[in-house]
Design a binder for this molecule. Structure first.
Ligand SMILES: *[C@@H]1O[C@H](CO)[C@@H](O)[C@H](O)[C@H]1NC(C)=O
Length: 437
């Protein structure tokens, strides 16, 4: 009986509920076919929180969800094939059981506090991560994650870069739960007995809880932890909140820096690969952006980074400009501009391809978070405002023949906006009146 069960396990292991399911592929494809209007609903760059995630695991203590594949939404973001976004939420006093995956992870704490422990063959490192902390978890590293707070939920976003497959990765858990089996159970009786130098029944009892009549299996991969257990784990953790960018492998906090852009309408915090070895390895930059209600992040484009934006708090209208989404393979005769607009709210994801201009209108106080893929040496080119504006660097003589009006008139228009990066999204009516008809 047992050996028959064990022989099936290898197969089952990879079909376990925590595999990144293929189920989403079908839907993604359909959506890219339907895309045509710019209202937001069928926008291939817009991933709404309630319709675009696939739940990998869920119980009363939390959930793990993976965003559908980027490359199945649109050919325009085909190069995001090898990137996935994972959301993890857990209740107070819980533990995500030890596991590893065939993917590099870049983990960011959006809300709450986490105790993250990375286990290596020669030791382990525990870190307390606060909101805004980021940490790379190299592929194959066994880790576990505690929400040590008594009241606050923990919310984490992970960028996953799979190793074995361009778009799929697998979590390998040590424990057997109702949700999946321990990967150790995939081994034969002979291998287990010889490796642990123990009787198979003993191994089963200790590691897999398969004693007859005894139901010791956990309910899932997120479990409750006692306060004493958490306190003991916390005692061994390094508080990383004091550190900024010093040590190579330690967590770093995005918000400990000075913002790169800041005025009364908004603040942009950013850490680039040039400044952080963990980000350099992954070639990703991270930003956290606050905007006041009624402010506008002016039109700009990223020179080479593809931006994956996650709304953390608040609401915004986004306008992205790009070529029309092609229905079939067709020869482009003339370049048609399309506006890809969407109304974004909490937990939504939006992708901004490199070179595509974008503007964001905060319709409430807003905080969003950004993974900038291909981030090294990326430049943000603004198209309006005083600073970082590429338009204002074009010489008058060239402006002269670039636009219908004279170069001087164009320059005057460009220079009118004296703010930079963030501005008022609703300039007062009088001001507006002069331009309206
Ligand atoms: C921003 O959104 C508000 C509310 O929808 C709207 O009134 C305002 O005109 C928008 N501003 C811009 C610059 O899009």
């Amino acid at each position: 009986m047992l050996s028959a069960r064990v022989s099936l396990l290898l197969g089952i292991l990879f079909l376990a509920s925590l595999s990144v399911s293929l189920g989403i592929s079908h839907r993604g494809h359909q959506e890219s076919q339907e895309e045509s209007d710019s209202s937001g609903r069928n926008n291939p760059f817009y991933f709404s929180s309630d319709r675009s995630f696939n739940t990998l695991f869920k119980n009363q203590y939390g959930h793990i969800r993976v965003l559908q594949r980027f490359d199945q939404r649109s050919k325009q973001i085909q190069n995001l094939e090898n990137y996935r976004v994972v959301e993890f939420k857990s209740k107070p006093n819980t533990l995500l059981l030890p596991h590893h995956a065939d993917a590099d992870f870049l983990l960011v704490v959006l809300n709450g506090r986490a105790l993250l422990t990375l286990v290596n063959p020669d030791g382990r490192d525990s870190y307390i991560l606060e909101q805004g902390h980021a940490q790379r978890i190299p592929a194959g590293t066994t880790f576990f994650l505690v929400n040590p707070n008594d009241n606050d939920n923990l919310r984490i976003i992970k960028l996953a870069i799979p190793v074995n497959n361009p778009h799929r990765f697998q979590d390998f858990f040590l424990s057997s739960t109702e949700a999946q089996q321990s990967y150790l159970q995939g081994f034969s009786k002979n291998v287990l007995e010889a490796s642990f130098d123990s009787d198979f029944n003993e191994i089963n009892k200790v590691l897999f809880g398969e004693e007859q009549g005894e139901e010791s299996e956990q309910e899932g991969v997120i479990v409750e932890l006692k306060r004493e257990q958490i306190q003991e784990l916390m005692r061994h953790a390094k508080s990383s909140s004091r550190k900024t960018l010093s040590s190579e492998d330690e967590p770093f906090n995005l918000r400990n820096q000075k913002p790169i852009y800041s005025n009364k309408f908004g603040r942009w915090y950013e850490i680039t690969p040039e400044k952080n070895p963990q980000l350099k390895d992954l070639d990703v930059f991270l930003s956290s952006v606050d905007m006041k209600e009624g402010s506008l992040l002016m039109p700009h484009y990223n020179s080479k980074a593809i931006v994956i934006m996650v709304i953390n708090e608040g609401e915004a209208n986004i306008e992205l400009v790009g070529p029309r989404e092609q229905q079939q393979q067709q020869q482009e005769e003339s370049w048609q501009v399309q506006r890809y607009a969407a109304e974004l709210s909490e937990d939504d994801v939006f992708v901004i391809p490199a070179a595509y201009p974008v503007a964001i209108n905060a319709t409430s106080n807003l905080n969003f978070f950004v993974f900038g893929i291909n981030g090294e040496n990326n430049q943000r080119n603004f198209l309006a405002g005083e600073k970082d504006n590429v338009m204002s660097e074009i010489p008058t003589e060239v402006l002269d023949v670039t636009f219908p009006a004279s170069g001087e008139k164009v320059e005057k228009l460009i220079q009118k906006q004296t703010q930079s990066h963030f501005v008022d999204a609703q300039p007062d009516e009088q001001e507006k009146g002069r331009f309206v008809y």
